[in-house]
Design a protein around this ligand. Sequence first.
Ligand SMILES: NC(=O)c1ccc[n+]([C@@H]2O[C@H](COP(=O)([O-])OP(=O)(O)OC[C@H]3O[C@@H](n4cnc5c(N)ncnc54)[C@H](O)[C@@H]3O)[C@@H](O)[C@H]2O)c1
Length: 273
Amino acid sequence: MTGIQELFDLTGRTAIVTGGAGFLGQQFSEALIESGANVVVADINQRIASESAEMLKRNGGEAIGVALDVTEPSSVKQLIVSTLEKYSGIDILVNSAALDPKFESDSKTSHVTSFEEFPLQSWKEALDVNLTGMFLTCQAVAKVMKEGGKGSIINLCSTYGISGPDQRLYESLGEPRLYKPVYYTVSKAGVLGLTKYIATYYEGTEIRCNALTPGGVERDHDPAFKEAYGKRTVLGRMAYPHEMKGAVVFLASEASSYVTGTNLIVDGGWTAW
Ligand SMILES: NC(=O)c1ccc[n+]([C@@H]2O[C@H](COP(=O)([O-])OP(=O)(O)OC[C@H]3O[C@@H](n4cnc5c(N)ncnc54)[C@H](O)[C@@H]3O)[C@@H](O)[C@H]2O)c1
């Protein structure tokens, strides 16, 4: 298989997307379906997971929705059971589930706490989802992949896992003063460590593990924020949601068969300055 179409073709492969009903999770699921994969949309409750799967099916794809709490080992175990009941194996895992509260939505209140006052409980909850949850899904899926000696794991990082957030961007969002929370950078930096550990652990097999690092993706952001953010990137703008689709298919497919332990940064040059 060396033709370029074949290298990107995912026909017959099965992919699990955790956080698959989320903003980017939907893009990842769509991209995998469009490349021929069966997609298991796994998210915090059955309703949103099923709705997303139904949407993918309406567009001609093969998908199921499964309720998943990544922090619960029994729930992760059930995800594997439900997937293998429907499909014959697991070829791709996209770990997109995370606590990543958005500034532009009604979750603004979770951004008002300064570092000095940041609650221990919020720190623990976020590390539990963003890092421990990813560890649990990687562990469970790798066990299945090990049987076939092959698979691709893609862990979602962030530019804020590579460098600290530019808190000046959030200052402009009005009163009270807002901050990107400390757990976000710490958990996303941890994702890179987990990714390298898994990649090297499976030496000598075709089980690959890579990180995918998006920069800020445009949605209903405050226009002043969008402009200020854009100026921090080389391309002068935030990403469009579809601009993450190519990267996930590349890492999931044979097109990246010699790529493991790396971090694919799709950030419009944010980290290149
Ligand atoms: N959107 C961006 O601009 C951006 C930028 C850089 C990195 N990222 C990363 O990309 C990934 C996807 O981002 P997004 O914008 O789709 O986020 P999102 O908040 O829209 O989606 C996250 C999803 O995770 C699910 N989730 C939360 N806790 C869970 C749990 N315990 N078990 C299972 N599912 C759970 C939520 O229900 C939600 O559907 C995240 O890891 C995020 O940190 C996003």
